[in-house]
Design a protein around this ligand. Structure first.
Ligand code: NAD
Ligand code: MG
Length: 384
């Protein structure tokens, strides 16, 4: 035991972001090689030394053995439930199958779920934890950059319905988030870029300082530099934790959590048009969505054209999508607008847009006319 203890002490302490909500507080721990020490972070936070790991085949093949070893070293008993890789596992069928397998294990109120995977695994596992026995604890161990900076923080959990994405769900906060930056070394670059788009988004919404940090460090993050990754994840989590703390359940009509949707109205329309089969990743939609939100803000006279140029040059430098040309097919303005009008963020038939007065200065607006959106999309090269 002494030997193990010393080995642990040799590691650097992880970075920490505390999320403080009205009923609940938890830590996001960030750093390299956290999985190999997972047991030591988890043991003090579980009431019952039995956890159920929910993961998918891809992540399990690459990284599960390290997590298992660490749990074994700390005397935490575990079961493993695997789900198929891909967005399809956020389905009612997969939810039903997985929660049934969970209950068949004879779990107790104090059994903790470990969500070990990307945002898909986190959303599904979190919803299972929210509903099994009316709610059991869960821990997020996000393995994609997107999950580390976005989906694992904030407590939104859920699955998809035939009527749309994320329409079935619950707010259920984790008791701990372990963001291991080393685990990202196996992530394809395209997935890294998709996660990075959400970090950049946070800067564009409300922090010139974060945007400038991205300008200086974005390239190093995408190259997988460990300390830059840790710092970027810390900054993005601190930002999201702050927003979620002020508007836990997205009830603020102005600003608040809704601002996190910057770029998403456009992004979701593209995702809906291209389907969710990998032709566009969510973060790629967000990337072009950031460009479009800024371009619309310039067109409407809210933001200076120089900020659009600055944003675009950063996106282009990192080879991120800024225009419809990035996709090898034409889009119709009318179709994209129809998708926007079906988005669940519609209130009284009006699309809520997040606009910008410039980099770091986002605000919500319900006053954008369909004509101005159409004009923008045509200027950007869409067909009518
Ligand atoms: P994902 O979970 O599908 O992961 C992307 C791919 O990477 C998958 O094939 C996965 O198996 C693989 N993968 C995961 N970790 C890996 C690793 N370390 N090395 C190699 N491959 C790895 O997708 P995602 O982008 O992480 O998450 C998207 C989901 O998150 C969507 O369903 C979205 O709705 C949800 N989301 C939720 C919230 C929220 O607040 N709850 C916020 C944003 C997004
Ligand atoms: Mg998003």
């Amino acid at each position: 035991v002494k030997h193990v203890h010393n080995a642990i002490a040799d590691y650097q302490a992880p970075l920490k972001v505390n999320v403080t909500l009205s009923q609940h507080t938890y830590d996001v721990l960030i750093g390299p090689d956290l999985i190999t020490r997972a047991g030591s972070f988890i043991a003090p936070r579980v009431r019952h030394k039995h956890v159920v790991i929910i993961t998918n085949e891809t992540v399990a093949a690459l990284h599960l053995s390290k997590l298992q070893k660490s749990l074994e070293e700390t005397g935490i008993r575990y079961d493993i439930l695997k789900v198929p890789d891909g967005e399809e596992s956020k389905s009612l069928a997969c939810y039903s199958d997985t929660i049934s397998r969970l209950l068949a294990l004879g779990i107790e109120r104090n059994t903790t779920i470990l969500a070990f995977g990307g945002g898909v695994t986190g959303d599904l596992s979190g919803f299972i934890a929210a509903t099994a026995l009316r709610g059991i604890p869960f821990i997020q161990i996000p393995t994609t950059l997107l999950a580390q900076v976005d989906s694992s923080v904030g407590g939104k959990t859920g699955i998809n319905s035939p009527s749309g994405k994320n329409l079935i769900g619950a707010f259920h906060q984790p008791v701990l988030v372990l963001a291991d930056n080393s685990i990202l070394s196996t992530l394809p670059r395209r997935q890294l870029v998709a996660g990075y788009a959400e970090i950049l988004k946070a800067g564009v919404i409300s922090s010139m300082e974060l945007f400038e940090w991205c300008e200086k460090n974005g390239q190093a993050m995408l190259n997988g530099d460990p300390s830059t990754l840790a710092e970027g994840v810390r900054r993005a989590c601190a930002y999201k934790a702050g927003v979620v703390a002020t508007d836990e359940r997205e009830q603020a009509s102005q600003n608040g959590r809704a601002l996190l949707n910057l770029g998403h109205t456009f992004g979701h329309a593209l995702e809906a048009e291209l389907g969710y089969d990998g032709r566009i990743l969510h973060g790629e939609g967000v990337s072009i969505g950031l460009h479009l939100a800024m371009a619309l803000s310039v067109q409407l006279g809210y933001a200076p054209a120089s900020d659009l140029a600055r944003l675009d040059s950063h996106l282009r430098e990192l080879k991120m999508p800024t225009s419809f040309d990035w996709f090898k097919e034409p889009f119709s303005a009318k179709t994209l607008i129809a998708h926007m009008q079906k988005d669940k963020k519609i209130h009284n038939g009006k699309i809520t847009f997040i606009l910008l007065q410039g980099i770091g200065k986002a605000f919500t607006s319900r006053d954008v006319s369909i004509e101005s959106v159409e004009k923008l999309l045509l200027n950007e090269g869409c067909l009518p």
